[in-house]
Design a protein around this ligand. Structure first.
Ligand SMILES: Cc1cc2nc3c(=O)[nH]c(=O)nc-3n(C[C@H](O)[C@H](O)[C@H](O)COP(=O)(O)OP(=O)(O)OC[C@H]3O[C@@H](n4cnc5c(N)ncnc54)[C@H](O)[C@@H]3O)c2cc1C
Length: 532
């Protein structure tokens, strides 16, 4: 995946996709698989907007049942099943536990009904187990670190999890393989018009400042939280409303299960999810009227999440010094006047009120494939082409899916990884992260066995990944490498020295001199020291 801004040419193309988050990635992949002449650009790195800041769940969204959003949940559960089939290395089953405390707004009967409905809407052949009721003593026996004084009962149920940034990257790589041109650090500065019709965009190279006009028959604005800034009248009535969600990375809990918790202080739901050996704790849900480029984690966000977690613990207490990392993301939701942040619908819609331009609003990581299929159907209509049946992304395995039966392949890869000196836990995560590309990691280790060593003590990533990602995964800046290709800086606090050591390792591959290394390290220190 080499970055080459010069691949963008002035020739007219079928589809220009602006924004390489999950929506742009699926849309470009789908369009390219249908044979459309497609270009995908992102002003930053792939997945560097909301799509790297999700809870990483591929789920139906149990909480939407309370809002009677049965259609939304059913659609997401169908996608959960499909994505786990097409990308078993990327979408992993996850067991969740739900403790119900005395005085909670949801009692055991209501939760039971909700989970029956959830399983029923999911239908047969799901990648996860159905829900189970656990009486008080069984629940507290299974999860002894949860405060047992007030607990009434609990449940377990299944959903799936992923690595959101790598999911986006895999799809971008698939789009390129299918013929799309995809360039990161390429910003759409403004749209091009003929009369009222959008005919493409001015694209600026974020590396050397060059610009090019791209003429497209259909332009798709997948810029998520930034989408309105591209419109002709950014001061018109807002189509979207931004809502901030913060996650913290905390020490591991003594279980492989995740938790859905109903926060007693405000009745909101939050999650504690095992991820790369740590616990992802989130999320907050607050209106965000500010600049999307400046979204950050505040001390109030941290204290709110820590208080929520500590309220349900018995033998564990987390404080600020336990926070390994934190990140904030923005939900871009359809604007509904007067609704509270958590009441605003997560339902997706496609705005096509301007000729030549399509603009998705809202949505979810989980349902982005299905929504993108509709975007490309609409683009095909505008291009006078017939939408394909079945849709290509409905039947095509993920770009890095193994080409033999998954469990058999996984056990072969595990064996090979362990033979090469990778600890079993690291091997499991490496399989998840690279799919069939893992062979390239193995080859690097075979040539230089010291590359099997961990990048950082306590994290399941090996040195070969640095070399592989820097060489093959379109890394432009150090932050691409240590935040999205490998999520080091959100799993562990990294000082200048560790960052410099990583930058030194990849500098020869990326052509960085000492001054570049210093600038790359400084950029991360400034960016990630932004807890205000
Ligand atoms: C806190 C939180 C938790 C969530 N958890 C989940 C979850 O667990 N499961 C789930 O299914 N969903 C979840 N979601 C929802 C999901 O993450 C989003 O729906 C999804 O990531 C939105 O993707 P997107 O492609 O629309 O936007 P983005 O990922 O923001 O992508 C937009 C891209 O456009 C680029 N861009 C902007 N302007 C320009 C320009 N002018 N030129 C070129 N590029 C541009 C940006 O750099 C960015 O990469 C969560 C959301 C949040 C905020």
């Amino acid at each position: 995946m080499e970055r080459n801004f010069k691949q963008l040419s002035g020739e007219s193309i079928d589809v220009l996709v602006i924004g390489g988050g999950i929506y742009g990635a699926w849309t470009a992949y789908d369009a390219a698989l249908r044979g459309l002449n497609t270009v995908l650009v992102d002003k930053g790195d792939w997945g560097s907007g909301t799509s790297m800041a999700s809870s990483k769940l591929i789920h139906g969204g149990l909480r939407y049942l309370e809002q009677m959003k049965f259609g939304l949940v059913k659609k997401a559960l169908a996608e959960r099943k499909l994505l786990a089939e097409l990308g078993p290395h990327r979408v992993l089953p996850l067991q969740l536990a739900v403790p119900l405390f005395r005085g909670s707004r949801v009692g055991p009967r209501q939760m039971k009904l909700g989970l029956i409905l959830y399983d029923w809407l999911a239908g047969h052949g799901q990648p996860v187990d159905s829900h189970r009721f656990l009486g008080r003593s069984r629940f507290t026996g299974a999860y002894p670190f949860i405060n047992n004084t007030n607990i009434r009962a609990g449940f377990t149920y299944g959903d799936c999890q992923t690595d959101d940034a790598r999911l986006v990257l895999e799809l971008v790589s698939g789009a390129r393989k299918a013929g799309a041109v995809a360039v990161n650090y390429a910003s759409a500065e403004s749209l091009l018009y003929e009369g009222d019709t959008v005919t493409g965009a001015v694209i600026k190279d974020g590396v050397d400042g060059a610009s090019i006009n791209i003429q497209a028959k259909v332009t798709i604005n997948c810029a998520g939280p930034w989408n309105e800034s591209l419109l002709k009248d950014p001061d018109g009535p807002p189509l979207t409303r931004l809502n901030k969600g913060v996650h913290l990375l905390m020490p591991p809990l003594p279980t492989s299960h995740a938790f859905l918790i109903i926060n007693e202080s405000d009745n909101r739901i939050f999650f504690m999810i095992p991820w790369y050996g740590k616990t992802l704790l989130g999320t907050t849900d607050t209106d965000y009227p500010g600049d999307p480029d400046k979204v950050s984690v505040t001390r109030e966000d941290i204290d709110y999440l820590l208080a929520g977690a500590n309220r349900v613990f018995d033998s564990i207490t987390w404080d600020r010094s336990d926070v390994c990392g934190a990140f904030a993301g923005l939900r871009s939701l359809r604007n509904i006047e007067g609704a509270s942040p958590s009441e605003v619908t997560r339902e997706w819609s496609l705005n096509d009120s301007q000729p030549g331009l399509l603009m998705p609003i809202g949505g979810k990581l989980t349902s982005a494939r299905a929504d993108s299929q509709l975007i490309v159907d609409r683009a095909c209509e505008l291009l006078g082409a017939i939408p394909n049946e079945p849709h290509p992304t409905q039947v095509t395995p993920f770009p890095w899916s193994p080409d033999i039966e998954y469990e058999l392949w996984k056990s072969q890869m595990l064996e090979e990884a362990v033979d090469l000196g990778l600890p079993a836990e690291m091997a499991i995560w490496t399989i998840f992260r690279y799919g069939q590309k893992i062979h390239k990691i193995f080859n690097l280790i075979r040539t230089s066995p010291e590359l099997s060593r961990p990048i950082l003590k306590g994290l399941p990533f090996c040195q070969a990944e640095l070399v592989y990602c820097a060489t093959h995964e379109m890394v432009v800046h150090l932050r691409d490498l240590v935040r999205r290709r490998i999520p080091l800086i959100i799993l562990q606090q990294l000082g200048r020295e560790s960052l410099k050591a990583i930058a030194d390792k990849v500098a020869p591959i990326l052509g960085w001199n000492e001054k570049d290394i210093e600038a790359e390290v400084e950029d991360i220190i400034t960016h990630y020291a932004h807890i205000s």
